[in-house]
Structures are given as structure tokens and as C-alpha cells.
Design a protein around this ligand. Structure first.
Ligand code: ADP
Ligand code: MG
Length: 397
């Protein structure tokens, strides 16, 4: 789909996205910059992407009429969240190119399938998941209680629909495990051993229809309460051998499933006494990722530019990072003062700091834990970026 082109009836080249959150919004911005029209399917009239798109189809994700309308408007369609119904992507794929496809999104939607996929490419990727057990039935729960004391203390996670640390319970004993399984609804879960993390990182790759892959350097991520808080993206953010292993593993994971689009793989770093520290694969997101938002301001092509290019079948040049960067997530907590009264963050003070790039997603109202935006700090060198990031974080409280 060439940018700026039109079909025989004069309809402008249009790219579609399932989901209207901030990731969809930044996809829409990137597509529009290249001259595409955009269509968003999201039931929420206030959705961040719907509000900036040429077309906003406000139906449920599995509504046949909504899906038909999206397919009618668009030459190619992507998704901005992994929990889009697989049948919806299959329905769209009957008439339009859809990337990533329903099968790979289905794997990323389910921690059990995801871990099986990581295991199936561990030989080639060189990286494995941490110790875990699948718990889908009472019998499996009892077997784990009896035989897998090695997984305690652990984290019980629902197989589906978890994000930002939701759908997870930490457990120390077999008794707590049973209570947690009941609390999570007694359905499909995985119990993971709680690992002593020394760091976390993630890698973004883009893979085209022709199988060509380009990647960004790994970024180091700091989570607070299961939600990404800070991303460090600069030379020296982690040992080079570790960065290379993570990048190579992500490329092989993308190849192994014939992925098309932007893929993010999250890793844990565990101090296992080995030379590079132990790299453990955690999960993957079939889309751009919060940890890659710095690429908008610090790289010559961003993760959203590559999502547009991969979807439209345009060339995928290797991205080049031109500035060191730190990204601070802006959660709704910053919209309340210490006594819980609503307030606006002091944007003029933040924006008076050199190299600050403010991205607000147009969400309202602010709520604690809600992702309202992010702030990327770029600068001429790592030391000055760190200094400005500290001052910005202080202003944002
Ligand atoms: P989500 O889908 O919510 O991002 P994750 O599995 O990535 O779920 O968990 C969120 C965060 O919780 C991780 O980034 C990490 O900080 C922590 N965490 C998750 N699993 C483990 C584990 N097995 N050991 C230690 N920390 C973990
Ligand atoms: Mg995660």
C-alpha cells in the first residue's frame, strides 16, 4: 500500500487498527505523517486513537458490521492490543492483509501457549523461560502443591488477559497458592517461580512480509508494582554481551513464528553467577510497546514508523538512535497532590528543562495507575540526560 495513493474510486490509501488506546494513537500519528488515512475500531467514543483518526468505528471488536466496515475502508489492518478476539482478526484476514496475524496474536494472548513457543525456539534463541507449571484444573493444582515446592515463593498469573501486573498474585506457600488460584477464578493459570531479578530489559523488532528483520538496541526497564515506570535507552545501559543475547533471541523468536509487524519481547536478568548474568525470557507483545516510546524522540525511525512500514509493505531500514534517552511513564497518580486533591502537573516547569518531550494521550479523567502519557528526555550525553530525568521526576512527584 503506497502512501498517498488512491484506489480506482478515488479512495485514499487507508490503514486500519484494532483498538483505540495510546498505542493506536501513536500508530495513527505515524501513518498520517506518511500521508495515509486511518481507521480505528474501538467501542469507546473517547478512545485516544479514535479521536485523532480519520475514521472511528465505534462497535464491539467482534461486531460483524464493524469489522466489515473496517475492512471496507482499509487496505491493511494491524492491532494495538493483544486481547483483540482472534476470530475478529481471522474475519478481517479473509479480505485484507492483517499483521500480526491471528495465530501469533493468539500465542501472545495466552501465557501457556507463549511459554510453549519460547520453549520450542529455545535451542535457536539460546534463551529459556524461568521455572513454571501450568495450573488449569484442581488436579493440576494439587499436583503442583505436592511436587513443585521448588516454585515457591512464586507468582500465580492468569493465562489470559493480564497486563500491567493485573491478574497476578504472589504466593509463599501451598496454602496461599490454593487461595490465589480461587481468587483468580480457578481457571487457566501459570505458577512461576519468583526470580531474584537484577534487571529487566526488552527488545523491539520489526519484521516485514518478506521476512526481513530490523531491531532496536535493548532497553533497560524499571517496573514499580508491575507497571513500567522508567526506560533507560542508551549505550552502556546493560552489559554488551547481555544486550547481544537479548537482541539475537528476539530476532529468532520473531523468525520462528513467521511474525509480521512490530514485536516486543521482555526479558528478566537473573544473577546466576554466570559471566553474562542469566537472561530469562518473560513475555512478548505482538505490537509496539511502552518500553519503546523513547524511539519517537531518540531514533531516526520510531517503533510506530516501523509498524506502519511493516504493515504497508514499505522498506524497513535499520533504525539508528541519535540521542541517549530516558523515558518516564506518566501515571494518573501525578494528577493528585499528597492529600489526594486533583491537580495539573507543572508542565511549564517540566518543559523548561532541556530535551524534554511530553506526550499526553488525551485521556480523562486521570486515575491512579492510569497511563496518561510519557515524558522522554534526550540530550547530548548520558550524564546530562540522567540529570534532567532526575529533575523532571522530582517535578512530577
Ligand atoms: P504483565 O503482563 O502485567 O506485564 P509480567 O509477567 O511482565 O506481566 O509481570 C509484570 C512485572 O512483574 C515484571 O515486569 C516483573 O517486574 C514482575 N515479575 C513478573 N514475573 C516475575 C517473576 N517470575 N519473578 C520476579 N518478578 C516477576
Ligand atoms: Mg510484562
Amino acid at each position: 500500500v503506497l502512501p498517498g495513493s488512491a484506489d480506482a474510486a478515488g479512495q485514499p490509501a487507508t490503514l486500519g487498527v484494532m483498538g483505540g488506546g495510546q498505542l493506536g494513537r501513536m500508530f495513527v500519528h505515524a501513518a498520517q505523517r506518511l500521508g495515509y488515512f486511518t481507521a480505528v475500531l474501538d467501542p469507546d467514543a473517547q478512545s485516544p486513537a479514535g479521536r485523532v483518526s480519520h475514521h472511528h468505528i465505534q462497535t464491539a471488536y467482534d461486531d460483524p458490521a464493524g469489522l466489515a466496515q473496517l475492512a471496507g475502508l482499509c487496505q491493511a489492518i494491524t492491532t494495538e492490543f493483544e486481547n483483540v478476539p482472534a476470530q475478529a482478526l481471522q474475519a478481517l484476514a479473509r479480505t485484507r492483509p492483517v499483521a500480526p496475524g491471528a495465530a501469533v496474536v493468539g500465542i501472545a494472548q495466552n501465557r501457556i501457549a507463549e511459554k510453549a513457543h519460547f520453549a520450542s525456539c529455545a535451542d535457536r534463541s539460546g534463551v529459556s523461560c524461568g521455572p513454571y507449571a501450568v495450573i488449569e484444573t484442581l488436579a493440576q493444582l494439587q499436583a503442583v502443591q505436592a511436587d513443585r515446592a521448588d516454585l515457591l515463593p512464586g507468582i500465580l498469573k492468569t493465562a489470559r488477559l493480564g497486563y500491567d501486573g493485573k491478574g497476578q498474585v504472589r504466593v509463599r506457600t501451598a496454602v496461599e497458592l490454593a487461595a490465589a488460584w480461587a481468587e483468580l477464578g480457578g481457571g487457566a493459570c501459570v505458577l512461576e517461580k519468583l526470580l531474584p531479578l537484577t534487571a529487566e530489559c526488552s527488545v523491539l523488532v520489526a519484521r516485514g512480509w518478506d521476512g526481513r528483520v530490523v531491531s532496536f538496541a535493548p532497553q533497560r526497564n524499571v517496573h514499580v508494582d508491575g507497571i513500567l515506570a522508567v526506560t533507560h535507552a542508551y549505550e552502556g545501559n546493560m552489559p554488551p554481551a547481555l544486550a547481544k543475547s537479548a537482541r539475537d533471541a528476539t530476532v529468532s523468536i520473531a523468525h520462528h513464528i513467521g511474525y509480521v509487524g512490530v514485536l516486543c519481547v521482555e526479558f528478566f536478568v537473573v544473577d546466576d553467577g554466570s559471566e553474562h548474568g542469566g537472561l530469562v525470557v518473560n513475555e512478548m507483545a505482538p505490537r509496539p510497546h511502552n518500553s519503546g516510546h523513547y524511539t519517537l524522540d531518540a531514533c531516526d525511525v520510531s517503533q510506530f514508523d516501523l509498524q506502519v512500514r511493516a504493515l504497508a509493505g514499505l522498506p524497513l531500514p535499520p533504525p539508528r538512535q541519535h540521542s541517549p534517552a530516558i523515558m518516564l511513564n506518566l501515571l494518573g497518580d501525578g494528577w493528585f497532590d499528597a492529600s489526594g486533591q486533583p491537580r495539573e502537573p507543572d508542565w511549564p516547569a517540566v518543559l523548561s528543562l532541556p530535551g524534554t518531550h511530553l506526550h499526553l494521550y488525551g485521556k480523562s479523567p486521570a486515575r491512579p495507575g492510569r497511563k496518561m502519557g510519557h515524558l522522554t528526555i534526550t540530550g547530548p550525553d548520558v550524564a546530562s540526560v540522567k540529570t534532567v530525568a532526575r529533575r523532571a521526576a522530582g517535578l512530577l512527584g
